[in-house]
Design a protein around this ligand. Structure first.
Ligand code: FAD
Length: 391
């Protein structure tokens, strides 16, 4: 299989830069923001700017962008300095230069307020996994789908020093769960294990978050990460492999793709590709965001597919526990056929331990069609179509 790095956008490849002022509800609340949009998205973007109360300052053909770049989030709104001279500077050629990073650093974090904290688990589930939302009003903390945020838990470590930050994948879209553009949500599993002495240990930050009460102030840093960004193409294919809280970025992608309120906010992104989520979970009570996923299945059966591997309840063909890699093996031909399409991106997120199993399954599937998986994966990575964030 040849891995194409070419643009997946058919037809007219002209790109434009739109400089916009006064946007509301996009997470860009100050100064001028710059959108890069394709010719095809131009009209929808102008309507969107109007809807958001924004003012179009300038529209210019994007320099050096006669063709859309392979994976840059070209229509992502980005914060830029508010001076027209600075805003008019040619943008860095670096990939994803538009994506906000490190707006808040550990020395000067953003102080957010918790607005919600509830369990995502069903009756009889193992452990504790919560959905926690924060209000970001009054600052400039904004993000796009696929990024992570730093949390600095209150208190001190064993050496009497303030705790270090922990990263969490962002589970909401840039508009937040309430679509107002000033909140962020996380999906957090409380770390719990027995140490060598047999004592029960609970993780510092994950316990801090799972126990947190609405109204509490929390120090946040970031956002960080450009590995897990969604392609801007509305007709991309997105294969997602998640275990446990690895669903967090996938939840954000799927909301952006299929949630009614999100779609109304994003006329420039009306997803019409194929999204396929493989979800690994120990029990069905541990499956996360099931109601949302089932509603997308009902409303978009042509565009969304959901395959579960529930290890303690389902058996693989050899009679063992069903893990996500077993589902990958089961659907390897379809996955490979999709990967051959340059519009396809693969996202892997969850516990680090999930990677070897997936690699093994892909190696076996690749061998069946005389392919070398290591080489193929490298080519996909180079084409920015293979995205991994495990922890
Ligand atoms: C990019 C990124 C995204 C992430 N996204 C999420 C997310 O969306 N949701 C989420 O819940 N987590 C996420 N994490 C993990 C998160 O950052 C924390 O690592 C996790 O919450 C544990 O932090 P803690 O403070 O609770 O644990 P700590 O108190 O810091 O304890 C962690 C330490 O405990 C020890 N330990 C852990 N397990 C065992 C064991 N079984 N036996 C012995 N020792 C052990 C290890 O030394 C480990 O370093 C992400 C991590 C990264 C890097």
């Amino acid at each position: 299989m040849r891995v194409s790095t070419a643009s997946s956008r058919p037809g007219d490849n002209r790109m434009y830069e739109l400089e916009v002022q006064n946007l509301i509800g996009t997470g860009v609340r100050r100064g001028v923001s710059v959108w890069q949009v394709s010719h095809r998205q131009l009209n929808a973007s102008l309507r969107r700017i109007h809807q958001l109360g924004g003012r179009l300052v300038r529209i210019t053909p994007a320099q050096g962008h006669h063709e859309a770049p392979a994976a840059a989030p070209s229509d992502t709104p980005v914060a830029t300095p508010a001076t027209p001279a600075a805003a008019a500077k040619p943008r860095a050629a670096k990939a994803h230069a538009d994506v906000p990073v490190n707006l808040y650093k550990p020395k000067d974090p953003f102080v957010a307020t918790v607005v919600g904290n509830y369990s995502l688990l069903g009756e009889g589930a193992i452990g504790r996994v919560n959905h926690i939302s924060f209000d970001l009003s009054g600052g400039n903390l904004h993000y796009v789908e696929g990024q992570s945020i730093g949390v600095i838990p209150d208190g001190e470590d064993a050496k009497g020093k303030p705790h270090k930050l922990r990263l969490y994948s962002i589970a909401s879209t840039r508009h937040g769960d309430n679509l107002e553009g000033s909140s962020i949500s996380l999906c957090v599993r409380q770390l719990e294990y027995k140490n060598e002495a047999g004592e029960q240990i609970y993780g510092v930050c994950s316990s801090f978050l799972c126990d947190i009460e609405p109204g509490t102030k929390v120090k946040l840093t970031g956002p960080v990460g450009k590995e897990m960004l969604l392609p801007p193409d509305e007709d991309a294919n997105v294969i997602m492999l998640a275990t446990g809280t690895g669903i967090a970025p996938m939840r954000a992608y799927l909301r952006r793709m299929f949630d009614g309120g999100e779609r109304a906010q994003n006329p420039e992104y009306q997803f019409r590709g194929k999204a396929w989520l493989f979800m690994g979970s120990p029990t069905s009570a541990n499956l996360l965001y099931e109601n949302d996923l089932n509603s997308y299945l009902e409303e978009y059966p042509e565009h969304f597919r959901y395959t579960k591997a529930i290890s303690r309840e389902q058996k693989n063909p050899s009679g063992g526990r069903m893990y996500i890699q077993d589902r990958v093996t089961e659907h390897a031909d379809e996955i490979f056929a999709l990967i051959a399409d340059p519009k396809t991106h693969v996202y892997i997120c969850g516990l680090r331990g999930m990677e070897p199993g997936i690699d093994e399954a892909m190696t076996a599937a690749a061998a069946k069609c005389d392919q070398n998986w290591t080489e193929l994966r490298q080519a996909l990575k180079k084409a920015e179509r293979w995205h991994v964030e495990t922890y």
